[in-house]
Structure formats: structure tokens, C-alpha cells
Design a protein around this ligand. Structure first.
Ligand SMILES: [Zn+2]
Length: 158
């Protein structure tokens, strides 16, 4: 994998452990590789699919709640669920802007079509599709480009 900022070469810089809350309520540990770019000197954290940088819960749980899925069985209290919805309402337009900027920068093959009734979810879907895993597909390129803005410290997250 080349550096997402400058396409330079990456070298392994270390690892760090992070815990994550699963949809079932259980906890799992992730080992995240830290990579150093020998060209632009940036440190990157290899982001696993299941992770949103400033969230304690796995991406698929947050995704279910934002989609308001009937079958959602995420074990988190109502205030957490409401925080995710509020976060997404704030974050989705920003994420769309990031994806649009990345699309122009890297000439990504993204169909940018206008939708008659705009919604945050639909806007994001134009870039990453609506199939399961869309939240991870949104977060990853943004985090890789060092554009992810956390609402608060990654270690005190919701
Ligand atoms: Zn670089």
C-alpha cells in the first residue's frame, strides 16, 4: 500500500491496541499498524474495515442505527444511538465534501448523479453505494487522506 497522501513508500512504525464494542455488546481488541511515509513523513494508522476512528462501536452497528433498520439489534443505550444519529447528521455533509474532493484529486470513478430528494444517506450513496459496509467505505478514504475530523478525542469516544 502506498502513502495515501503522496503515494510514497510506507514502512512499519509500530502497532497499537484498540478495543471495540461489538453489536452483541461484547468487546474485541484490534491491533492497528502504524505506518510511516518515508517521503512526506506522515504517520498513518491502518484503519480496519470495522472501525470508525472516534467511535467505540463497530462500524456495522452504527450503520444499522443510522439506516433505522427494523432488524437492528445493537446493544447500546438510547442516548448513544441518538448521539450517533446527531453525529451522522453533522458529519455526512462533511464526508460528502471530502469524497468529492478526493474524487477530483484522484479521478476516482464515481458516478455523481443528482438526486431529487436529497438526504445525507443518499448523498453518501452516490460515492460509496448503499450496500452493507457503506460507513466503512466512507470513513476509510477520508481517514487515509488525513481528513477525518473527530468530534472529540478518539480515546473518549461515544
Ligand atoms: Zn507520504
Amino acid at each position: 500500500m502506498p502513502c495515501p497522501c503522496c503515494q510514497g513508500a510506507l514502512e512499519l512504525f509500530g502497532r497499537r491496541r484498540r478495543s471495540q464494542i461489538l453489536g452483541s455488546g461484547g468487546k474485541q481488541w484490534l491491533l492497528i499498524r502504524r505506518l510511516h511515509c518515508v517521503d512526506c513523513n506522515k504517520i498513518h494508522h491502518e484503519l480496519p474495515d470495522v472501525l470508525v476512528p472516534d467511535k467505540r462501536h463497530e462500524a456495522s452497528s452504527i450503520e444499522q442505527v443510522i439506516e433505522n433498520r427494523e432488524s437492528s439489534s445493537v446493544s447500546a443505550d438510547e442516548s448513544t444511538l441518538n448521539r450517533w444519529r446527531a453525529w451522522f447528521a453533522w458529519w455526512a455533509p462533511y464526508a460528502c465534501g471530502c469524497l468529492e474532493a478526493l474524487r477530483q484529486r484522484f479521478f476516482l470513478c464515481v458516478e455523481a448523479s443528482s438526486s431529487p430528494t436529497p438526504s445525507a444517506l443518499r448523498d453518501l450513496g452516490r460515492y460509496v453505494g448503499n450496500a452493507g459496509g457503506w460507513l466503512a467505505r466512507t470513513v476509510r478514504p477520508i481517514a487515509n487522506a488525513h481528513l477525518y475530523v473527530a468530534t472529540r478525542s478518539a480515546w473518549m469516544s461515544t
